[in-house]
Design a protein around this ligand. Sequence first.
Ligand SMILES: Cc1ncc(COP(=O)(O)O)c(C=O)c1O
Length: 381
Amino acid sequence: MSKLDKIRKIIIKTIKKNNSHLHEPYFDKKELFEVKKTIKSTIVSTYGKSINIFEKKISKFLKSKFTLCVNSGTSALHISLKVLGVDRNSIVYMPSLTYVAAANAVRYNQAEPFFLDSDKFNYGICYKDLKKNLEKNVKFIKGKPFCKIAKKKISAILVVHAFGYAANIRKIIKIAKKFKIPVIEDAADCFGTKVFGKYLGTFGDVGILSFNGNKTITSGSGGAILTKNKKLFNRASKLITVSKKKHKWKFIHDEVGYNYKMNALNASLGIAQIKKINLILKRKKTLHFRYLKNFNDLKDIEVVTSEKNTKSNYWINLIKVKNISLRDKILNYLSRHKIYCRPVWDLMHTLPMYKKYYRSNISEAKKLYETTICLPSGPSL
Ligand SMILES: Cc1ncc(COP(=O)(O)O)c(C=O)c1O
């Protein structure tokens, strides 16, 4: 049996199917029940009970003080950066290995990204690279951090927790405090992942989630902003509702706002999903341990797993192979056999629109990019 076929056989044995997409949602009749209920109520727009209920359920599960549901993880990123004061005079430190939405959100706010390397174990931003760069590049002007080379204020560190694993968030927050920089956590991939007993998305000044169809739980499309800061919450609430001031019957808009609020139909789907979060997390954990066991005998292939003190949601199972040519051979072979795997995201600093921005020496993220394969990971498998 060829190596490629061995890999295919191991995946088939693990997912107990001959073919699969990367991540399909786990639905039963409860989703239909909740969505039907909302349709019958005729309140399907961006207000109404189901949005409040979904927000409360998220807050309760994650122990997040304030939760604001929006129409995508990308909108959540856009607004979170904005409420932290990110603007055309800002630099935002972020990893190069991330989904493009994170870099786009920085540019929606007209700020400049500063791309950093990744941690080879958890795929998150490398805290050592962050520390080194800040020590070299920061000077304080009137008590505020300023980037010497970009000649701009440093408005945020955007921490991306990738594929269900946790970046070194406690270390990063310690560094951020020293340099007086707010932290935003992109936990789009990490609903339900805990570090030291605390859920991702609740460590930073602001956290964001995604409920896109390919995420651990889904609302079709959607996202959320999490914060413990009432001022930030109020500011975000206003911006996502077209900057409309509260009034019984008058339309009062006093600044440019966004139509980003989640609608009731999406929220009702989300309610059905969050009600079974523990079952979904359990199924995903079981699948992960099946991958670990079944790949155990195959030399040269490593299944990426949780670090100590992290309880992953195991959003996407990852394997590491020897090099990019083997990675592509495997991806081609599996795709021909209808097992749809993927490489990890392209590095931001290699994309045409992001080539010109500041970056550190990005070597680990390049290795991760060249050697990692994302495997089918849906909770139905
Ligand atoms: C790390 C990360 N950030 C942000 C997003 C954007 O979320 P959405 O697709 O809901 O806009 C994603 C989506 O896949 C993601 O993986």
